[in-house]
Design a protein around this ligand. Sequence first.
Ligand code: SF4
Ligand code: SF4
Length: 77
Amino acid sequence: MASAQRTAQKKKVHIKQEWCKGCGICVAFCPKGVLTMSPRGKVELDAPKCSGCGICGMFCPDFALVLQEEDVQECLK
Ligand code: SF4
Ligand code: SF4
């Protein structure tokens, strides 16, 4: 029997790279460890592992981290 799916909303953080000055504060505070600094001094996100908790955004002094809702497909058993 094929499993049913539904569309759900999940929060993920979006990085406004043009506002990020590369201080690294968000990397230090992310409880999931999914933020890293690139060699160019910009923040990168392992998006599938982001829980959407929003903690990084609370600590960014430049408001460069914004929570956004996105559609995800969930399997129903
Ligand atoms: S929203 Fe939470 S899990 Fe996602 S990057 Fe920010 S601190 Fe990490
Ligand atoms: S806290 Fe904000 S400005 Fe600092 S590295 Fe993270 S996103 Fe960039």
